[in-house]
Design a binder for this molecule. Sequence first.
Ligand code: HEC
Length: 116
Amino acid sequence: MMLGFADIFFGGTACLPAQNKPVSALPAAEKLNEQEMRGEGLFLQRCSLCHLPRKLKFGSPPVIGPSLSGQFKDSTPDQQKILRGFILKGGPDMPGFQYGLEPKELEDLIAFLKTL
Ligand code: HEC
């Protein structure tokens, strides 16, 4: 699950020259259902500080998390379980959300992450 430099700083494959899709064809532009929209709100509040590209924001912490584009969508149920556990427990440079998210909020969040 290691990401290359380009993935972290340019948001994954969306910027590779070989994929000349118009912006409207990007997954993020698709219409989200209600649950995914709730998850998007949570993501913006709790995760975007570290998981959106730095140039889109100000006041970033010194440590930046990897882009999560495709991480959930392209993973097996087993891998998703691991990612889910990671969100709850956190990592060396990421806080855990075990006590910060209701179980239902976690479901909403993951529904949104699957759209990335
Ligand atoms: C303080 C910054 C920070 C915040 C806030 C944060 N993360 Fe992270 N995240 C990281 C870093 C840094 C990593 C890389 C692993 C590490 O060093 O801990 C990471 C890794 C991850 C991974 C694992 C990616 C992989 O490739 O294994 C997932 C999934 C993840 N974060 C999801 C989330 C979600 C969902 C939220 C919001 C609820 C969130 N993160 C909030 C910094 C953050």
